[in-house]
Design a protein around this ligand. Structure first.
Ligand code: GCU
Length: 124
């Protein structure tokens, strides 16, 4: 089956705003998290059954500096994409429980995270 696309602008945002001023996003916008440690976006990922899922985060980082975020204890790198309008994806695999799973991406540096467009979930 195709991935389930969960827009960041529909997720729970802590210390950030929804914007649409950089083209190329899906849905109605993207999340511009505050440039602080701890700004976050939390998605509810529903799994039909327990198992391993691939989480693909679509993002843009118009700076030359990596903006790593913590996702369920994994540090995910979000390196520069060259422009705020250039979007890329970074993927990790995580175990999911059957039912609702909270997946939160939290900025780990004072630069905050990248601009986050969506989370695409494949499986289980
Ligand atoms: C710029 C850009 C924002 C981005 C921000 C940042 O202001 O327009 O979209 O979020 O830089 O550095 O995080």
């Amino acid at each position: 089956p195709p991935p389930t696309v969960l827009e960041a602008e529909n997720a729970t945002i802590s210390q950030g705003v929804v914007e649409s001023n950089h083209a190329g996003f899906t849905g109605t916008g993207f999340v511009n998290g505050d440039n602080v440690v701890g700004s976050s976006v939390e998605w509810t990922v529903n799994a039909a059954q327990a198992g391993t899922a691939t989480l693909a985060f679509r993002f843009a980082n118009g700076t030359a500096t990596n903006r790593p975020m913590d996702v369920a204890g994994t540090l995910v790198d979000f390196p520069g994409t060259g422009a705020w309008t250039t979007w890329a994806t970074r993927s990790i695999t995580v175990p999911l429980n059957a039912g609702a799973n909270l997946i939160r991406a939290t900025a780990t540096t004072a630069n905050g995270g990248p601009n986050l467009d969506h989370l695409a979930v494949t499986g289980p």
